[in-house]
Design a protein around this ligand. Structure first.
Ligand code: ADP
Length: 542
């Protein structure tokens, strides 16, 4: 017997329809690329998205076409997403922090036909356009007055282009399983791989993200997604915020402490999300100026492990709740969030920080398990660690073009490449990337746990731990440290500081001090480069 309920396809443009109808005057505030703060609303964003869709259709773009964006978080970028999806196109976010050749590789792989680009990134496009034969129009997200001279063919200013459409357009009717968006993983192993989101997966993900124990946002919140739309869909906030009708504050290209503080303060932001690096800059700015955060209630921190000291500062010094989150481009991206279940809600001090250091528990819509290398499921005891596998309606079922097929099990589980343990209350903690664990005498040492310990030292600005070859133990940990300006902490002092806080045999065999630690385009420590840099390093214990 079938249910007798309506078939209402889950289509992304229904989100902006709902926002415009129910929350039409709610503001979207952007720090524009041209400079000034610009205010618009969900009502206007929908009207302009319709014009984007109409204009794209008039230009000959069709259902299924990949339309790339190379842009900061602004209202214009948001409108283009909804316009692209609403004409049946597939938005393809490009990460400007990649090398131009990598961007060209990704555009060719996806066969992008059109590109929306911010003024900031026009020089990148000038460099690569001739090597992307599928590329047609290049639409610069500005007005005619700000469009610089360029040798690029087929360039137009967004506002001039948009003026050619009156918005008298009906969203294209689609199957909810059709593609609506694309994002490539940054390719820390091999070539980047394309993740293809469907309308259905994005709508379900937006609803999952809004759950009270996930992002837990509502229409009274003011949301600042510092995490870029090109970094795994701004963690879903470009869809979750209009879905629930929250005011949206878009930071444009400025993510330094002072610029972020200004938006938090003037727009009375209550909820924000970004990677730890951004929050290091903000906390430093607050410490230097003595400013406070009276409006901010909650900050989601993820993308890489949130240091314990960061959680402590936000919660103790500024009264802001930290929600540690984990996810991946392949998961749309949310996988788990660290809100407190009743079992942990009463904890204080170190016991609370112990729980906040974990990456949290999955919302409804994500299933999780850990297995050994043979695929046997491991117990949830908070100690035993193994390969983390996930499944759900917003988890990739394969990569574009069939790459990386070995990451997808026959029974529908996706192998995340992360190593984790899960406790009896369902809280997951990442202990490493599978390729970064240090294998010492047949046992595993978690590089992330050691990094978290080292970063707790007051003189340490940043820390990375890698395995270095050792004649007896196979590999032993080397701690690589960037000191805070003017600080002089020594190798011995650091190892003393860490002793007693982890198993004795986990302690790094040596410490190397460097001026800078290399990062990937999504802000993670680039371990491949570090391993290369230190491949001939001789440990004093060797
Ligand atoms: P990339 O393509 O650079 O890997 P993603 O954002 O998809 O970009 O990265 C996903 C990976 O980032 C995860 O598999 C995990 O290793 C790491 N990661 C994300 N959030 C966290 C976190 N809170 N703690 C530790 N690692 C994290």
């Amino acid at each position: 017997m079938l249910g007798l309920m309506q078939h209402w396809p889950l289509l992304c443009h229904k989100i902006i329809d709902h926002a415009a109808r129910q929350h039409g005057r709610r503001e979207i505030v952007s720090r524009s690329v041209e400079g000034p703060i610009v205010r618009t609303t969900y009502g206007e964003a929908r009207a302009r998205a319709l014009r984007v869709a109409q204009r794209l259709a008039a230009d000959g773009y069709r259902r299924g076409d990949r339309i790339a964006t190379l842009a900061w978080n602004t209202a214009r970028h948001l409108e283009t997403w909804y316009g692209i999806m609403g004409m049946g196109g597939v938005y393809h976010t490009l990460n400007p922090r990649l090398f131009p050749e990598q961007i060209a590789w990704i555009m060719n792989h996806a066969e992008d036909r059109c590109l929306f680009v911010d003024l900031t990134f026009l020089p990148i496009v000038e460099k690569i356009a001739s090597s992307v034969p599928s590329l047609g129009r290049v639409i610069v997200l500005t007005d005619g007055a700000h469009l610089p001279a360029t040798a690029l063919a087929n360039v137009v200013a967004y506002e001039d282009w948009l003026a050619g459409a009156d918005g008298d357009f009906d969203w294209v009717s689609l199957d909810e399983n059709e593609a609506c968006g694309m994002c490539y993983t940054s390719g820390t192993t091999g070539d980047p791989k394309g993740v293809v989101y469907s309308h259905r997966s994005n709508v379900l993900h937006a609803m999952m993200a809004a759950q009270p124990d996930a992002m837990g946002v509502n229409s009274r919140d003011v949301i600042l997604p510092v995490v870029p739309m090109f970094h795994a869909n701004a963690w879903g906030l470009a869809q979750t915020a209009p879905l629930i009708g929250a005011k949206l504050v878009m930071p444009g290209g400025r993510m330094d402490g002072e610029s972020i503080y200004e938006l938090l303060d003037t727009e009375k932001v209550s909820f924000t999300a970004a990677v730890p690096t951004v929050w290091l800059m903000l906390l430093q700015h607050l410490e230097e100026t003595g400013k406070k955060l009276p409006h901010l209630k909650r900050v989601v921190i993820g993308g890489s492990a949130c240091p314990r000291a960061m959680t402590e500062k936000f919660e103790k010094n500024y009264g802001v709740e930290v929600v540690h989150a984990w996810g991946m481009t392949e998961m749309s991206p949310l996988g788990s969030l660290g809100s407190l279940k009743p079992e942990y809600a009463g904890l204080e001090g170190d016991a609370r920080l112990d729980i906040k250091e974990k990456q949290g528990h999955p919302p409804f819509g994500v299933e999780m398990r850990i297995t050994d290398d043979d695929g046997n499921e491991l117990p949830w005891d908070g100690k035993t660690f193994g390969r983390l596998k996930v499944r759900g309606p917003a988890v990739a079922s394969s990569y574009y073009g069939g790459a990386g097929a070995d990451q997808f099990d026959a029974d529908g589980w996706f192998d995340t490449g992360d190593v984790a343990h899960i406790d009896q209350n369902g809280y997951m903690q990442i202990t490493d990337r599978a390729k970064d664990v240090i294998k010492s005498g047949g046992e595993w040492i978690s590089s992330i746990e050691l990094e978290n310990l080292a970063i707790g030292h007051p003189d340490v600005a940043e820390a990375a731990v890698i395995g270095v070859a050792h004649p007896k133990w196979d590999e032993r940990p080397l701690l690589i440290v960037v000191r805070k300006p003017g600080r002089t902490v020594t190798r011995e002092a650091l190892i003393d500081y860490m002793a007693g806080k982890c198993a004795k045999w986990w302690l790094p065999d040596d410490v190397a001090f460097v001026d800078e630690i290399p990062h990937t385009a999504t802000g993670k420590i680039q371990k491949i480069t570090l391993r290369e840099q230190f491949k001939d390093y001789r440990l004093p214990t060797a």
